[in-house]
Design a protein. Structure first.
Lengths: 119, 445
């Protein structure tokens, strides 16, 4: 009787393990975020959005003081980035952001009114 | 941005770089010298102050955790039998004996640390030697056989006598610790391989001593406590039939450790099947075949739990291997492949490897299964593998001297003209991001 219970539980455990493995390894198609979602996120995060055209406008102004921060990974930055941008790799996790906030503050400098654009 | 730093004029360009590039706006890429790009070399820093204190505390905890590994298991009965004979003579003296025992254990292990610091990587290389791995696995199987009841583990009478009579003084306790440290060192070695490599790379004998002294204090503390109470252990009630089951459980743990140790010597699929097989066999034996009973009710649940744990581990091992994404498509080395690559102006990565080398495996299993690496490799690169497991291949000998390969793993990066970028060469495991860096660098030319 004890053996039958063990067998039953073991079978359940095998199925559960396979299910969890399949769930975490399944191919995920990267979702296209809609403009509305990006906007909502911007409001929540307390920053504004800028279009490529507007950024190019700012960028071309003589004596423009815009700081461009490339938050992609190191190797992506190396393979090509906006001229003059600095690389600050940030993984999209809360932990990574919390951990690197001091370094980010050092990078941005003491001027709180400075124009900063992340991409 | 989830982080608030108080800046007011913060913008985000959600379309980012791809859109910018498409509009033909000024871009730059790094590095411009490409092949000359020297990747940041990893240099282990010297640590001091509070960082050192925290590191040592962590190492102490790690040492205590080492007691959970079956390596320490053979030491326990020896400790008990040795100190059991001494317990009649008062707490104070027993305490001194215990401390000396601990000191002996620490001295041997610290010598190991100093040696590692002085000899550089030699120590780590020794512990990866196939012979050492086989020997450790054999010892584990030997003790497992004892736990399964094939033979009785009993110390030679002469050793027990020597321990209790002729070395009865304080020096005896110190000597006991020294020798036991020596016995345990090769067994614990593989567990502290990372620590050894770190000490060796920093190269400071003082740090090596400190690290391994702390480790042995952690390792020895439970043994010390055991020694203090070894006299009272005999007063514990006799254990029942269920103790036999616990011994079998320990035996299976030892067998699993043995399978783990010889993993680098076997092909990947076989070593995985071996580990999974041990887990499954343990589950069947402990959960179904073993007929031990106990008076307390929890025992039936304990058996079920052991069976479930074994089954889950086996399923997980086989399952995660089966559902793993595709890896890089390697080609065996041939002159035609190289000629074709030069004709197509494709960069080449040559991976010199051997099945018994652990970093080679990590490279293959982690880095060359990373989706971005696989994508980039499949699109832009010719990936060539040279298997050096068997040494007597004339083509491989020529390649070894041609590329001045000194050991495995070695990753050689050739640019589109077929010229090597020596600054990119890799001789150890590197995580996917850093290998991607190098691939981007070499792919630019």
């Amino acid at each position: 009787m004890g053996n039958r219970r063990t067998t039953f539980l073991a079978l359940a455990a095998v199925i559960l393990t396979l299910g969890v493995l399949w769930y975490i390894q399944r191919p995920v198609i990267p979702q296209e975020t809609t403009l509305a979602e990006v906007k909502a996120e911007a409001v929540k995060g307390g920053y504004r959005l800028i279009t490529t055209e507007a950024l190019a406008e700012l960028y071309r102004q003589p004596g423009a003081k815009v700081l461009l921060v490339d938050t992609r990974q190191d190797w992506e930055y190396r393979s090509g980035h906006i001229q003059g941008a600095v690389n600050f790799p940030l993984e999209p996790t809360a932990w990574s952001r919390w951990r690197s906030q001091d370094r980010l503050a050092a990078l941005l400098g003491p001027d709180r009114d400075r124009l900063v654009v992340f991409y | 941005m989830a982080v608030k730093l108080g800046y007011k004029n913060v913008y985000r360009d959600p379309l980012g770089f791809p859109e910018w590039q498409k509009n033909g706006l000024p871009v730059a890429s790094d590095p411009l010298g490409l092949c000359d790009y020297a990747p940041e070399a990893y240099s282990p820093g010297r640590i001091a102050g509070w960082a050192l204190v925290w590191t040592l505390l962590g190492i102490f905890m790690g040492g205590m955790a080492l007691n959970l590994t079956p390596c320490v298991y053979p030491i326990i009965p020896i400790t008990v039998s040795y100190f059991g004979g001494k317990s009649g003579r008062g707490r104070g003296r027993l305490l001194v004996h215990g401390l000396l025992y601990l000191a002996g254990l620490a001295v041997t292990n610290s010598a190991l640390g100093v040696l590692a610091a002085l000899t550089g990587g030699l120590m780590g290389a020794l512990l990866q030697n196939p012979l050492v791995l086989v020997a450790v696995a054999a010892i584990l199987v030997f003790f497992a056989a004892s736990l399964f009841g094939f033979w009785e583990l009993r110390l030679p009478g002469s050793l027990t006598q020597a321990a209790s009579k002729s070395y009865a003084g304080y020096f005896g306790s110190l000597f006991m610790g020294l020798t036991l440290g020596l016995v345990a060192a090769p067994c614990i070695g593989p567990f502290v391989l990372g620590l050894l490599t770190w000490v060796a790379s920093v190269g400071s004998p003082w740090l090596g001593f400190l690290v391994f002294f702390t480790l042995s204090l952690g390792l020895g503390l439970p043994l010390f406590i055991l020694a203090m109470f070894s006299g009272s252990l005999e007063k514990l009630p006799r254990s029942g039939e269920w103790m036999l089951w616990v011994r079998h459980l320990m035996g299976w743990v030892l067998l699993a450790m043995a399978a783990y140790f010889i993993q680098p010597l076997l092909p990947e699929a076989l070593s995985l099947a071996l580990l999974a097989g041990v887990a499954l066999a343990a589950a069947i034996h402990l959960g179904w075949l073993d007929r031990s009973t106990a008076t307390f009710r929890g025992f039936a649940w304990l058996k079920t739990a052991a069976a479930l744990a074994g089954v889950i581990i086996a399923t997980f091992l086989v399952g995660s291997w089966a559902v793993r994404g595709p890896g890089v498509a390697w080609q065996p080395y041939s002159d035609q492949v190289m000629a074709q690559a030069r004709e197509d102006h494709k960069p080449v990565i040559i991976d010199f490897y051997a099945t018994w080398c652990t970093p080679c495996r990590e490279l293959d299993e982690i880095t060359f299964h990373h989706p971005e690496v696989v994508k980039l490799a499949g699109r832009d690169f010719v990936m060539v593998k040279v298997d050096l497991t068997q040494k007597d291949n004339p083509v491989h000998q020529r390649l070894l001297s041609q590329y001045a390969v000194k050991g495995v793993p070695t990753l050689v990066f050739l640019d589109r003209q077929g010229k090597e970028c020596p600054s990119l060469r890799l001789v150890d495991y590197l995580p996917p991001e850093q290998v991607l860096n190098r691939m981007v660098a070499v792919g630019k030319n």
